[in-house]
Design a protein around this ligand. Structure first.
Ligand code: KIV
Ligand code: ZN
Length: 528
């Protein structure tokens, strides 16, 4: 079944079909997570992978938030081949006009409009009476329907909304022409049974509810986002809103990979299907982690480095006898291919290309490929064994630095107990090479001061973290840097076999994100 994009297709979705529509909001709700901002080229790359892997709807951003968001949604809309492209809009005319203009060129455009419906949000956030909210529901959906056929309406803080009022709002939205009704658990407060009961109630009480697609949008504050989404599907929801790696504000959104793999792995209990090519999950996960600088915790379900690692002797023994003893899904099913190619200083381009394929990177583009290949050669000169983790760190780093306006060129450092510690740093800013020679209290301080001299900013360093990619003293270092400037937080990462070079790369990565973010201001009232 294709993506329901009209009223009649939508009705099939709720009428007993087992097809669950996957709505990915990595580029919108995911990006709202402090520090997770992505550049235009990163967004386009991620949208391309989501489209290719079979995501039904990509929420590409919030067009009214800034010109940058508007452009990103417009570009994604123009590029998408299969997916519906959604733009978010508050229930105000300007937002809806901006969203309509941004998704206009998509093959399948959607406007997603929302307003808060809980007593708490109406009173304190909106300062509106319930009747005025109800009127805004009707006018916003009507306005959106004047632009596109596919309109989604969301009840922000829906899980804490008075049931009678929620039914009235949903009924009004359907009458005004909404084709998808989304119930967010905005603050991640719900538990599965009560969240499921909302969908049962809507299907029982709201006229027309089974002619539209009901949707669940869950946040993970209590670690229940996936459980709540699955409970909603059991109760009749046929769209789930989720993000790659569970990215999102606070504790994040429901993780796409967890929902999709739960449905795939437990058809006995969850008789549903999605259109996702699960072998693309690892690739998408790595891309998002690299672009945002949000590393994936090793024990994260499905995409964590340890998700398929069996170390305990008793487990290894069982695995050798029969993999199903401890493995409920195969690594191959999420795109992890057992490594067969060993990389070293004699490896050629063809082998490196095959390795990238094996690791789930796919085609990374010519420039990034050539630079990554050169860095692999340099690394192989310095390091005895090249592990897959080394290549992942190096390619993630290369992809993150691509298309940035400030580029790392070289670094020389004087360190040690006999001062002064100094850094000689060379960067390229919009194609122009610039150099600084700076002393500091230690080499890292000198490097960061040098970069600040070349790219003046007021940002405060909030986190500096070094992590060894593999074991051994010749391991590559992966450095994470968090910067904050005027309420804007950005996270940058850099990898290199020299910890100080990795530090410079991470700082520059974060600064590039800050430069992008400076031009983007989100309206105060957007939350969730
Ligand atoms: O969590 C939420 O309520 C949202 C809405 C804007 C859909 O993200
Ligand atoms: Zn949300």
């Amino acid at each position: 079944m294709s993506t329901p994009s009209s009223q009649s297709e939508a009705s099939q979705a709720n009428a007993g079909s087992g097809r669950v529509v996957i709505f990915d909001t990595t580029l919108r709700d995911g990006e709202q997570s402090p520090g997770a901002s992505m550049s235009m080229s990163e967004k386009l790359k991620i949208a391309g992978v989501l489209d290719e892997m079979g995501v039904d709807i990509i929420e590409a951003g919030f067009p009214a938030a800034s010109n940058g968001d508007f452009e990103a949604v417009r570009e994604v809309a123009q590029q998408a081949k299969n997916a519906v492209i959604a733009g978010l809009a508050r229930a105000v005319p300007r937002d809806i006009e901006r969203a309509a203009a941004a998704v206009k060129h998509a093959k399948k455009p959607r406007i997603h409009t929302f307003i808060s419906t809980s007593p708490l949000h109406m009173k304190y956030k909106l300062q509106m009476e319930p009747e005025a909210v109800l009127e805004a529901v009707v006018s916003s959906v009507t306005q959106a329907r004047n632009h596109v056929e596919d309109v989604e309406w969301s009840a922000e803080d829906g899980s804490r909304t008075d049931p009678d009022f929620l039914c009235r709002c949903v009924e009004a939205a359907i009458k005004a022409g909404a084709t998808t009704i989304n119930i967010p658990d905005t603050v991640g407060y719900a538990v599965p049974e009560e969240f499921a009961a909302i969908f049962t109630m809507l299907l029982e009480r709201v006229p027309g509810a089974d002619d539209v697609v009901l949707s669940a949008h869950c946040h993970n504050d209590l670690g229940l986002a996936v459980a709540n989404s699955v409970a909603a599907v059991r109760a009749g929801a046929r769209q789930v809103e989720c993000t790659i790696n569970g990215l999102g504000e606070r504790a994040g959104n429901a993780a796409l990979e967890e929902i999709v793999m739960a449905i795939r792995t437990r058809p006995d209990s969850l008789p549903f299907e999605t259109g996702i090519d699960t072998t693309q999950i690892t690739r998408a996960s790595r891309l998002v982690a690299g672009a945002t600088g949000f590393a994936i915790q090793p024990n994260k379900a499905i995409v964590g480095a340890n998700a398929f690692a069996h170390e305990a002797g008793i487990h290894q023994d069982g695995m050798l006898k029969n993999a199903e003893t401890y493995e409920i899904m195969t690594p191959e099913s999420v795109g992890l291919v057992k490594s067969s190619l060993i990389m070293g200083k004699h490896s050629g381009r063809a082998a490196f290309r095959a390795k990238l394929e094996e690791l789930g990177f796919g085609d990374i583009g010519d420039n990034a490929f050539q630079d990554a290949f050169q860095r692999l050669k340099d690394l192989a000169d310095k390091k005895k064994d090249i592990f897959d983790e080394d290549i992942i760190a190096l390619v993630d780093d290369e992809l993150a630095a691509e298309n940035e306006s400030v580029k790392f060129v070289s670094l020389g450092v004087m360190a040690g107990s006999i001062g002064p510690q100094t850094a000689h740093i060379v960067v390229e800013i919009d194609g122009e090479v610039k150099t600084a020679q700076v002393a500091g209290s230690g080499p890292v301080d000198a490097i960061f001061k040098g970069i600040s001299e070349l790219v003046p900013h007021e940002a405060e360093l909030q986190l500096y973290q070094v992590h060894a990619v593999t074991g051994g003293t010749d391991a590559q270092a992966e450095v994470t840097v968090k910067l904050a400037e005027g309420g804007k937080i950005v996270v940058g990462q850099g990898a290199d076999y020299d910890t100080l070079v990795a530090s410079a790369r991470a700082y520059i990565h974060a600064l590039n994100k800050l430069l992008v973010k400076r031009n983007r201001t989100k309206p105060e009232t957007i939350s969730a």
